[in-house]
Design a protein around this ligand. Sequence first.
Ligand code: G4P
Ligand code: NA
Ligand code: NA
Length: 194
Amino acid sequence: MKQLQEKILADGKVLSDQVLKVDSFLNHQIDPVLMQAIGEEFASRFSNEGITKVLTLESSGIAPAMMTGLSMGVTAVFARKRKSLTLVDSLYTANVHSFTKNETNEISVSKDFIGPNDVVLVMDDFLANGQAALGLLDIVEQAGAALAGIGIVIEKGFQDGGKLLRNRGIRVESLARISSLENGTVKFLEEVAS
Ligand code: G4P
Ligand code: NA
Ligand code: NA
């Protein structure tokens, strides 16, 4: 997605060979015009799939997931990382291990919001090692729902998540695929078309 690649080049900051900072439009401050375009792009790529629900993980997945839900005309639900006061029983849970942060979190979704009649689009802001996506897939499976695919805003193609998920036959659509962050420079798998 050209608009997103240009935004990354203009406002993204390469923190290391592994990490891209996009706090100014995705992870802290949010650009709603860009999020709307992102929602429209996912809706267009996943049209005709019969999607009934978008599923993401708090917090940074929420903005793109909500805009995708708006474009598709379906609701968005986010898995929680901490138990909420009112979310006490009837939960699907999964463990998500972060290699980056070296910690495991239990994520949870109320059974009220996903069920066997749903066709789910799993979404996240970043795809690195794929562990968050696997946790969300686990929840889709527990719900007995169908999976339409996975929508990712920024995929780091030099980490294993994309391969791991695609090798399972899952359709993964990433709007920007980064091939390298070496030398402080962002390189995309598909170059920005002029
Ligand atoms: P994985 O799920 O693909 O295995 O990823 P990993 O454990 O490495 O990611 C842990 C957290 O770091 C996630 O956010 C993920 O979105 C984020 N992340 C991974 N790589 C990058 C990167 O290059 N840049 C940025 N900005 N974030 C990255 P989280 O802890 O769930 O936080 P939140 O922002 O959703 O609250
Ligand atoms: Na995330
Ligand atoms: Na994040």
